[in-house]
Each structure stands twice: as structure tokens, then as C-alpha cells.
Ligand binder design. Sequence first.
Ligand code: FAD
Length: 521
Amino acid sequence: MPKSMHILIVGGGTAGWLSAAFLAKTLSTSDNKQIKISLIESPEIGIIGVGEGSFPSIRGTLAAIGISEARFIRDCHATFKQGIQFRDWVHTPTAPTASTSSTLSSKNYYFHPFSQPSQRTGMPELLPYWLHGLAGKDRAFADAVTMQTYLAESGRAPKRSTDKDFLGPMNYAYHFDAGRFANLLAEHARSLGVQHLLGNVDAVQLAESGAIASLHSQEHGQIQADLYIDCTGFRARLIGEALGSPFHRVNDVLFVDRALAVQVPYPQEQSPIPSFTISTAQQAGWIWDIGLQQRRGIGYVYSSRHTDANEAEQVLRRYVGNSMGDLQPRQLQFELGYRPTQWIHNCVAIGLSGGFLEPLESSGIGLIETAAYLLSYLFPYNGEFAPVAKTFNHLMAQRYERIVEFIKLHYCLSQRSDSAFWCDNTAAASIPASLRDKLSMWQGRPPSRLDFITDLEMYPPSSWQYVLYGMEFKTQLPANLIRADEIKAAQEEFRNIEKMRDFAANDLPDHHQLIAQICAR
Ligand code: FAD
């Protein structure tokens, strides 16, 4: 059994620094084994610098690596994220939606909140009773079963200033500045003992076994390690270029492959900041709109098979309106997919080098968190990499596959037929067979936890339910799912949620004010 181990991370974006901090904090040295962690990043190649929306798992990760909530919010210009508001995804809008438009057709938007549907001990699960119409005819699922939709849309924060770090009455994640987040993680990882090298890896030497023997950079010469973590982003310098791990494209299912991103200042200091991401569907993709403390991050993610860069820029300009001024959007190009084999011999891919499945539900950073957690949990202290690699690859590939299905769910249920993009997205041939099976089952009964294998899912069953019924999916409710003796209790709970939300709105602070308070501490 080796007495010491050197882990070399290549790449200093969110994936590299988050992995570095997580491993530095969580790997055990209790058996006197020395674990040295170094990170080398190119001084020439920048980080991708997008990725401003997160998933609630980020709170556990920040707590695990030892960054306080206040420091994170201050340093990363972060705001709270209570979910995603989807506009124009279900039906074709009557007129193009500008971000300034204040009148939202209630029929054409829905909310995916992070809080689970209410389920008090001894109470029935509310979904079948909602499907039965007991919450009121026009009450949306996400509005009927949790207060969060109402609270977020009323400008309330998910927690009070007196609540403990990372805890609050509502479930939440954050929006943040991606560049600042990488800097904070870097500073923190260095304080945990991670060695930082600036250098461009220009060659990878392989041993006879096919494992990586060493890396080379002009600045540092030959560098050897026991385990190499490829965090080089889309370049995939180690796992792809050097080791040739195949890339599984999913562009027959998910079509977007370009983004135009822009940072838009607020018109005035006190402009409201939504505590949710706004995602507005367009003719060939969708626009994200994320409110940070000092600016908005806005981007049009589109399919180059269905529109071109000029038209896409016009769509983005129309959305941003007057605030666009002379701002020039940044172009990003990507291929959606993942490597089914993310760990080969002594090399593991984490982040974009392992795969990317579009920003719609912020899976990018969530997958980095999962990979760092798995690597730490399964860590081969005894130097036997092969069985760990097999488990890691299996768990990660399954997770990617399920995320593909979850993202496709948003597109394939749309009733839009106003462009080739939407028609292609709803064509049966573009829907994975496994998702078609699920949808076919859910026509006859609602989704339940038995449809999901918790350890392989990034998104809980409630997320599937919020999207499914937000997209107006129809389920023929079987009679045996409703119990006559529980109807009263379910009705009471629906009323209770409605009654309590005004009380909760008084109890929770204004989102903008809470951010200001935290930053002033
Ligand atoms: P990068 O940030 O690209 O970092 C790569 C690093 O590798 C850099 O430091 C570079 O210098 C280094 N490097 C490269 N080659 C070498 C070499 N030869 N030698 C040394 N160093 C090298 N995720 C979310 O969770 N939420 C979102 O809202 C979201 N939005 C997105 C929007 C778009 C348009 C895109 C494209 C992605 C989005 N993502 C989002 C994904 C997210 O941006 C990434 O998962 C995250 O930033 C991690 O990137 P990374 O660290 O893998 O790569």
C-alpha cells in the first residue's frame, strides 16, 4: 500500500478548484498516509466564466469545504435562487416576450420551485388530490402544493437573516458570478494546502499500461502524480486528447449548441432582483436571465441547426431591450454529450471535460459536486484504481443519462409548433425510449418515487412533477389513488398552504434587503 499519494488537478475553473477544495477537506490522512494535492492551470487559457445558476446541493458542498454563506454571498456577488420560472415553454406566445414585459399570461408560464410539495406526517401525498381537482380548478400544481412559488414571485427571500448558514424555511440555491466563484474556491483551496502551479500542459506521456506516466509544461518540466484529474474544460486535454475516451453526443435529443451571453447593468441601484432564474423559450432555444447583486447575466442558448448567429443576436437584443446599448454579446459554442468512461487508469475527468448537458437546469456544477463527492467517498487509498473507476463510471454515466431525460422533458411536452425547433423537439424520434416509456406510464398514473433510483438522480421526483404538470401533461388518475377518508385532509392542506403563505411572506425578508444585510455584516 503506497504511503503517500500525489493528486494533480489540471485546470483552474470551477471544476478544478471545487475538486481541489473538496478533496483537500475530505480525504483522510488518518492512517498517516500523506496526500498531496496540486493544481496546474494555464496562464493563457481562461476559464469558461459562465455557469451562474446552481442547484440546492451547492449549499451542502460549500458547508463541506468550509466556506461560510455570508463570505460566499459577499465575494461572489451572489443572490438566492428558489427555482426557475419558465415562460412561453408551453404555448406559442402571442407576441415576442421582452424582459421588461410586466404582463405574463398566466397560461403561459410555470414555476419549478426547489421546495418539495408539502407533506406533513400522516397526511396524504397531495399530487393525486391535485390531479383530482381538489385544490381548485385553475390552481397550478407548484402553487397548490408549496408556498415557495408565491413567496419567490412576491420578492421574498427563502430565509431570514437570523437563520443558520445554509438553512431556511424554503429550499434554495444561488446565482453567482462564475469568475468570482472560481477565485474564492482557489483562495480557499490554497488555504487548505493545495499547491498552485501556473503552467500550460503541452504534453502527456503514457506508460505501457496506457496510464498517464507524467505531464509536461514549459514552466515546470516533467510532473508526475499518482492520480490525474482532468478539469481542462471542453478541451479535455487528458481524458479526451491523450486517453481517447469516446464522447457520446446527445444532439439527436437535445438540440442547442451555441450561446450568446451578455452582462447587463441594472437601470438603478434599487432595481428588484428576482430570487429565481427566468427562462424564456424562443423560436430556436431559450434565454436565461439571472439577477446578481450588481448586474444581470443574460444569455440566449440556441440551436445552430435552427437559426443563425445574426438572428440569434436580434432575438437577444429584443429581449434585453434598451439596456443592451452598445453591449457586445460573447459567443460560446459547445457540443452536448458526455464521456461514458470518465475514469481511465489513473485519470478522472471532472467538469466540462467529462460532459455538458446545457444550462437549462444548472446540471453543470451539480455534476462537478457529484463527481468530487464520489471521488472522495470511493477514494482508492490502497492504490487499486480499477474497481473504483468501474463504479465511478457506472454512477456518473447513469446520472448523465437521467439528466438528458429530465432536460428533454421540458422540450418534448411543449405544445409549440411555431418553428422547426419546437416541431423537431416534440417529434417522437427525438425522445429517448426510456423517457417515452415513463411518459406512457404517467398517462395512466402520476410519477412516484418508485420511478426513480435516488442514488442515480440529480433531480428529485418533485422536480419531475413540477415540470411535467407545469407543461400541462395529462394524467388519467386511477380511482384507487384517492382515498375518500383523506379527501378532507388534502383539501384542508391545500387551504392551509394558501392561508399560510401571506403569513410566511410577512415573516420572510425582501430578497434585495436580505442580500444587502448579509453583505454589510
Ligand atoms: P473551464 O472553466 O473551461 O476551466 C478549464 C480550465 O482548464 C482553465 O483554468 C484552463 O486554463 C485550464 N486548461 C485548459 N487546458 C489546459 C492545459 N493544457 N494546461 C493547463 N491548464 C489548462 N453550469 C451550471 O451549473 N449552471 C449554469 O447556469 C451554467 N450555465 C452555463 C452556460 C453555458 C453557455 C455553458 C457553456 C456552460 C454553463 N454551465 C453551467 C456549465 C459550467 O460553466 C461549467 O460546468 C463550469 O464552469 C466548470 O467548467 P470547467 O471548470 O470544467 O472548465
